[in-house]
Design a protein around this ligand. Structure first.
Ligand code: CP
Ligand code: NVA
Length: 306
C-alpha cells in the first residue's frame, strides 16, 4: 500500500471524507460513553509546530492519548531543523522511529518535502496554504447539525486565506456552492479557484455571499505571520465583519462557523459568535473526534498489506 498523507482535503476521495466524518461522529459518541481505543497502542506521533496553537496541538495530543498512543511535541526551534538540518533528512530519521508526523508550518512546501521523504503518514496541522484538519471538523459539525453539505450554499466572508482554501476544496469534493466575499487584494489562490470550477465563485459584496446561505464562515483578518500587516488589513476588511444584519440575509436556520481564535469586533461581532446560530464550540470540539478518525484511517491504510 502506498503511504497515505493528509496535506490537503483532496488527498481523500469524497467517499473517504464522508466515511471519516461518520467515524468521527461514532468516536465522539464512544468518548461520551467513556470508551477508549487502543489503535495507537505502542505507536508514537511526532508533532512539529513552527507556529502557535491551542486547538490543534491539544486535540492531537489528547486524541493520540485516547487511542492508546503517545505524542512527542517539538517546536521547530527545539529540533535540528532550526539549525539547518534538511527536512528530507528529518523525514527519513523520524520515519525510522515513529508512526506519524503531524506538522504545522508557514510554508506548505515544507510539508510536501516532508511527505515526499517520509515512509510514514504526514498530516498537515495548518500551512500557509490550507488547514484540512480544521475542514474535517467543520464538515463534521455541519453534518451533525444539518446533514450532508451537498447542494447547500456556504458563504465565506473575509480573507481568501488557508482556511478559505480548505473550504474551496471541500466545495468541489462534497458538491456544494461556496461564495467567497473578499476585498480585491485578498482573493484566494487563482489556480485553486480554477481547479474548483463552478463550485466556487467570488464576490466583493458580503451581502451577496450571505444571501440565502445555509452557513456563514469567517476567520481572522490577520493570520499568524501577518502581524505587521494588521493595520492595513483592518482597513481593507472594513465592511467584512459578520454581524447580525449580515446573518439576517442568510437562511433562517443558517449556522455560523469560525475556526478560532476569533477577534470579536473585527471579523465577527460578539452578538453573532456568542449567539444562537454559532456552532464554534462544536467545531473546536470536533477537531478531537475528526482527527482521531483521520489518524485511525491513515494508520490502518499504512498497516494494511499490499
Ligand atoms: N483553529 C485552529 O487551528 O486553532 P489553533 O491555532 O489554536 O490550533
Ligand atoms: N488563518 C489563521 C488560522 C488560525 C487557526 C492563521 O493562519 O493564522
Amino acid at each position: 500500500m502506498p503511504i497515505r498523507h493528509f496535506l490537503e482535503l483532496s488527498d481523500l476521495t469524497s467517499d473517504e471524507v464522508r466515511e471519516l466524518i461518520a467515524r468521527g461522529i461514532q468516536l465522539k459518541a464512544q468518548r461520551n460513553q467513556n470508551e477508549t481505543g487502543s489503535l495507537m497502542k505502542n505507536k508514537t506521533a511526532v508533532l512539529i509546530f513552527e507556529k502557535s496553537s491551542t486547538r490543534t496541538r491539544v486535540s492531537f495530543e489528547a486524541g493520540i492519548n485516547q487511542l492508546g498512543g503517545s505524542a512527542i511535541f517539538m517546536t521547530s526551534s527545539d529540533s535540528q531543523l532550526s539549525r539547518g538540518e534538511p527536512i528530507e533528512d528529518t523525514a527519513r530519521v523520524l520515519s525510522r522511529m515513529v508512526d506519524l508526523i503531524i506538522m504545522r508550518t508557514g510554508s506548505h512546501e515544507n510539508l510536501v518535502r516532508m511527505a515526499e521523504h517520509a515512509s510514514i503518514p504526514v498530516v498537515n496541522a495548518l500551512s500557509d496554504f490550507n488547514h484540512p484538519c480544521q475542514q474535517l471538523a467543520d464538515i463534521q459539525t455541519f453534518t451533525e447539525h444539518r446533514g450532508d453539505l451537498r447542494g447547500h450554499k456556504v458563504a465565506w466572508i473575509g480573507d481568501g486565506n488557508n482556511v478559505c482554501h480548505s473550504w474551496m476544496n471541500a466545495a468541489k469534493l462534497l458538491d456544494f456552492e461556496l461564495v467567497v466575499a473578499t476585498p480585491e487584494e485578498f482573493e484566494p489562490d487563482a489556480d485553486l479557484l480554477a481547479h474548483c470550477g463552478d463550485h466556487v465563485t467570488l464576490t466583493r459584496h458580503p451581502t451577496d455571499a450571505a444571501q440565502n446561505s445555509s452557513l456563514v464562515v469567517t476567520d481572522t483578518w490577520t493570520g499568524m505571520g501577518q502581524e505587521t500587516e494588521k493595520a492595513e488589513r483592518e482597513n481593507a476588511f472594513s465592511g467584512f465583519c459578520v454581524d447580525q444584519t449580515l446573518m439576517s440575509l442568510a437562511n433562517k436556520d443558517a449556522l455560523f462557523m469560525h475556526c478560532l481564535p476569533a477577534y470579536r469586533g473585527y471579523e465577527v461581532t460578539s452578538e453573532v459568535i456568542d449567539g444562537p446560530q454559532s456552532v464554534v464550540w462544536d467545531e473546536a470540539e470536533n477537531r478531537l473526534h475528526a482527527q482521531k478518525a483521520l489518524m485511525e484511517f491513515l494508520l490502518l491504510q499504512t498497516d494494511s498489506p499490499e
